[in-house]
Each structure stands twice: as structure tokens, then as C-alpha cells.
Design a protein around this ligand. Sequence first.
Ligand code: GLN
Length: 469
Amino acid sequence: AQSALDAIAARHELNAFLHVDAELTLAQARAADAARAAGQAGPLAGIPIAHKDVFVTRGWRTTAASAMLKGYASPFDATVVERLGAAGAVTLGKLNCDEFAMGSSNENSAYGPVLNPWDTSAVPGGSSGGSAAAVAAGLAVGATATDTGGSIRQPAALCGVSGIKPTYGTVSRYGMIAYGSSLDQGGPIARHARDLVELLDPMTGFDERDATSLERCGEQPNAAGRVRAAFDAWTAQAQARGSKPLAGLRIGIPREFFGAGLADDVRMAIDDALAQFEALGAERVDISLPRTELSIPAYYVIAPAEASSNLSRYDGVRYGHRAAEYRDLAEMTSRSRAEGFGLEVQRRILTGTYVLSHGYYDAYYLQAQKVRRLVADDFQKALRGQCDVIVGPVSPTVAWNLGEKTDDPVAMYLADIYTLSLNLAGLPGVSIPCGFGQGPVNGRRPVGLQIIGNYFDEGRLLGIADVFQ
Ligand code: GLN
């Protein structure tokens, strides 16, 4: 923990951390040492990790990278924080991200952007840019993150590390500051798939304090131990297959993920990865996910709609910044919100309020919900019958330069094309590094490979990722 704190201070320019408190961290580390001495060490005893600043923590401030919540002190820990702590993990602090997790480049943080450790002129991706950058720079062994439309997988890809967005409902959202509640799911970022097993397994499990938490995952209870057991069972079978550990595995290649928008350098790295899958025994199947393009407008209606509702609580009374000067109650609220929220958050609130308003609801929100169902159906058609998992890119390009897309929100939204559809469907997806593409001037920038499975398939997805890695 001490060496991690030193590393965090040494790489201050990355701006990956928003809140660090060495005393609190070292107190947790001493408690982990004491537990180990008493023979009561949990599976993560003493492992230094950090939390995205949308998970509330007792001790460390929680801001969701917003000026609205500057200085906010939560009276309780999020379930994810509590469970990782109970497993023995030591918290290093809170990680920078896009404000309220809205963004794809970490440039929407009220506390400044995070830099990509591979090339500090590049964005780290978002919204969990601090989580990915901290792991990539070796500042933390693992980090929590959240994924509403790609925010675990895409920054992991752009920073050359691994991440998993679990099945919706398997990881508790209690104490995770809400963005789009029907899409948000917490999960870990780490270097390697095996580390993801260690982190995700204790995070997983039913929580009665989250109304959308699942009690069962198919035949099994939703509980710690499920992901690890599935990973171990799959890995044992793969090892028994000798030099072709992926023999019999049908990997679906969605043709819509390889269209004109995919950059050549990313395509080459993904093609190499697919050849490696075949060398390991997997069989390629050509599949179609015809509603892929529609998932962008559908997501950018549904997510802002839910955000506009979730963010109504920041009124300067119950939560958040309150303007210093106002004439009446209405002005207090509007000034507080205008001062507290950044421009992208305001854009989402306006969009969301519009699509939910009388006269537009049917044309936008209802229509988007119908598309959402069709997107989910496309995945089921492919995953029940045609293939076992789906493989493709995470992001159409490598990390872009800081500032390159900040004036063009639609260009930023389009970069989410390969990740959004899983959130609409609630499916799990892993992102693992698979080589490098070209940076515009400075050479290599990482490429990520996405492996998508059916509901509750986390253990197997991580097993496949581990064989590949
Ligand atoms: N880039 C997407 C958005 O801005 C996804 C963000 C996320 O997953 N939190 O909404």
C-alpha cells in the first residue's frame, strides 16, 4: 500500500486520483496485516485497489467528478466497496472519471482530464478513465469501474488493460451514483483476466438494498464464488484439451462490427487476435447483429432520459452545491444546477427531459425502448444456436488526442458503437488487450478485444480471455 501511494504521488500529472488519504489507506493495510497474522485473511488481503469516484465511500470524499458534489462525504460505503473491503482489499483512494460517468474520454471531469499513461497526449477513454489509467500505470493492482454504455470496456481497451462489464443485476448498484439505472453495472479493471476473477468474484452477489439485484443467476444463486467456480471449471476443461484449449468453441464474428467505421490499425490487430483464436482451436462463425447502428440513437435517448430523472435529486437542498445568491426557491434550484453541472451533463438533462415530455415520449422514448428489445433479440438469435461467444473490437479507433473530439459530441457518441448494445441487452462483455495500433505522432496506442457472452457467462468469458492472454 505504501509503495502504491508513492507511485500515485510520483505520477500526479496523470490526474488519475481525485481523493487520496494516506492515513486511511495505511490504517486499512495494518488491519489487513493483523487479519493475516490472526489467520483470518480474506482472498484479497492487503491487495491495494482504488474505487471510481461514483462509488460512495465512508472516509474518502465522493464527487462523481462533478462540482455539484464537491466535498460530499457519504455516511456509508457502497455495497461493492464494502464487499471488496470484507475480502481484505485496501483502498488507495478515489479515481477520476467523466462527470456522473457521462463521456467516452474522461474530458468531462470537473477536476480536469486523465492522461493516457501510454501516451500523455492521448485520452485514456471514459468514463472510467482514472480506473484504467491507474491500473495501466501500475498505481493500483485493480480498480472498480462502472459501465453504462462501455465505460469499463472502452477505457480498459484504450489503456491496454483488462475489464469486464458483468450481466446486469449481478453486481449491486447500492451506493453507486446513478446515471442510467437500467444500464449501469459495476465491474473491475485489472491487468489480466485472472485478476478480474479475483476482483469480480467477491463483488458479485444478491443485495436486497438494490431493487434490480438478481437473487439467482439461472440455476445458481447470485453469490460470491459463482464466477470463480465457473472460471475454474471451464479452465480445467480447456487444459484437458491440450494444445487446442478452445476446441469446439464457436466464436461469432458480427459483420456489423467490421464495417467502414473501423480503423485499419484496429482491424489488423483484431484480425491477428482472431487468427490466434483459431490457432487455439476455436471455430469462426459469420454472424449478423443487424440493429448495431440503431443502438446508438436508442442508447442516447434512454440513457439521458434516465439521467434526467436520476439527477433531479441535485437541487441544492437534499444534495449538492447551492448557489450563493438567489431571489426565490426556483432560482435557487436553477442557479445551483447551472453552476454545479458541467456542460455535457446539462446537455444530457435537456435531452432526457425533452424525450420524456408530453408529445415526444411516444416518438422518442417509447421508440427507443422498442429498438432496445430488438437489439436484445439480435444477440439471443446469435448466442442461442449460431455461436457460443461473440468476438470483435471494443472501440473503432485507438485512443484519440486530448481535445480532438470535445467540440463534437456526436463524434464522441459514435465511438461507443461496439459497446452500447450490450448494455441495452444487459449482457456481459470482457475487454482485453490484443496489440497496438498507431498513434498520430507518438507511435503505439493499445487496441482492445471484446468477448461477449450470454447472461451469467462471466466465468467462461474470463476463462477464454485467460487462454488468449
Ligand atoms: N460514453 C457513454 C456515455 O457517455 C457511456 C458512458 C458509460 O458507460 N458510463 O453515456
